[in-house]
Design a protein around this ligand. Structure first.
Ligand SMILES: C[S@@+](CC[C@H](N)C(=O)[O-])C[C@H]1O[C@@H](n2cnc3c(N)ncnc32)[C@H](O)[C@@H]1O
Length: 273
C-alpha cells in the first residue's frame, strides 16, 4: 500500500510551495522545452520551480532533469545549459551530465546533423544517498587476467557498469506499450524513467514528477514499489496519469539481463503482463 500515490492538478510552483522542506527522495521530470510545444497556453516559472525543488528534496536527494533545446533564428537556445547552471547556483551538485540518445529524430533539418539526443542532468543535494549503478554492459575483459583496471575500476564480472549515454528506441510502441500514453504529445520512454528510479532510489522512497504529463514517472515508480506524487497544470493530463497509474496494477517490470544500452537494436527491458 502506497503512503503517497497522489496526482495533483495545478501550477507546480504553487503546489510545491505547500510541500515541507527535505521531503522528496527523487525527482524524475522533463519540463516543456523552450516553446517547442504549447501546453494549452501554460507557461512555467523555471527559477521558482528550481528553488522549490532544491528546498523540498532531502539532503542526498536527486533531481533528474531531462531537457533539450529548440533552434530559433539559426541558433540553439542553450536553455538546457542555462537551467543546469541555475540549479548549480542554488547549491545543487551537477552529479552527472547524461545523454538520452534516441533511435529517431523529431525535427529533421537539412543544414545540420540530425539531432538524436537530449540531456539528462543529474543534480544532487550534497552527496547522493542512493547510487544503485546498473551493471548490464557486457564486460569484454571477463575471463581475462587482471580485469579492467582503467580509472581504478576492476570489473571482473560478466557485466560492468553502464556508460552514461543511454539509448532508448523512441516513437510509438517503443516509448510505451500503453496506447493511452500517446494521448499526450511528449511522453518520455518508460524505460528511461525506470532506469533512473532504480539508480537513484530504493523501495518505499518518495518520487516526484512536477511536470507529470501522461504519468510515465508515476507509473514506473508504482511498478517499482516507490511512493509517488505527480503534478500537472492540465486537468486532461492529470486524468490521463491517473488512468495510466491505475491500469499499471497488473504489470510487472522485467529486466533482460546483460544487454548493453550501447547497442542500437537493444530494447533492454520489456514490460510483461
Ligand atoms: C514535456 S511534458 C512531460 C511529459 C512526461 N515526462 C511524460 O512522460 O508524459 C511537460 C508537462 O508539463 C506540464 N506543465 C507545463 N507548465 C506547467 C506548470 N506551470 N505546472 C505544472 N505542469 C506544467 C504540461 O501540461 C506537460 O504535460
Amino acid at each position: 500500500m502506497n503512503k503517497y500515490s497522489s496526482i495533483i492538478c495545478g501550477d507546480n510552483v504553487s503546489v510545491l510551495k505547500g510541500f515541507p522542506d527535505n521531503f522528496i527522495d527523487l525527482v524524475v521530470t522533463s519540463p516543456p522545452y523552450d516553446n517547442l510545444r504549447s501546453y494549452k497556453g501554460y507557461v512555467f516559472d523555471f527559477e521558482n520551480v528550481a528553488k522549490e525543488l532544491f528546498r523540498i528534496i532531502k539532503t542526498g536527494g536527486i533531481v533528474v532533469w531531462v531537457v533539450g533545446d529548440a533552434t530559433t533564428k539559426g541558433s540553439e537556445t542553450g536553455t538546457s545549459f542555462k537551467q543546469a547552471l541555475y540549479f548549480m547556483s542554488l547549491g545543487l551538485n551537477l552529479h552527472d551530465t547524461m545523454i538520452y540518445e534516441k533511435s529517431g529524430m523529431a525535427f529533421p533539418d537539412s543544414n545540420r546533423y540530425h539531432n538524436v539526443f537530449e540531456y539528462m542532468f543529474i543534480f544532487s543535494k550534497g552527496k547522493p544517498s542512493t547510487t544503485n549503478i546498473i551493471k548490464d554492459r557486457p564486460n569484454k575483459w571477463v575471463g581475462k587476467s587482471g580485469g579492467n583496471h582503467r580509472g581504478g575500476l576492476c570489473e571482473r564480472g560478466e557485466y560492468g557498469a553502464r556508460f552514461n549515454i543511454w539509448r532508448y528506441p523512441n516513437g510509438r510502441d517503443n516509448t510505451s506499450k500503453d496506447r493511452m500514453a500517446f494521448e499526450h504529445p511528449a511522453p518520455f520512454p518508460e524505460s528511461l524513467a525506470r532506469d533512473h528510479i532504480i539508480s537513484w532510489s530504493n523501495e518505499n522512497d518518495l518520487v516526484l514528477d512536477p511536470f507529470c504529463g501522461s504519468g510515465t514517472t508515476l507509473k514506473m515508480a508504482k511498478l517499482l514499489k516507490r511512493d509517488f506524487i505527480g503534478i500537472d497544470c492540465s486537468e486532461e493530463y492529470c486524468r490521463l496519469s491517473r488512468r495510466r497509474v491505475d491500469e499499471a496494477e497488473n504489470i510487472r517490470p522485467v529486466r533482460k539481463q546483460g544487454q548493453s544500452v550501447a547497442h542500437p537494436d537493444n530494447e533492454q527491458l520489456s514490460l510483461l503482463p
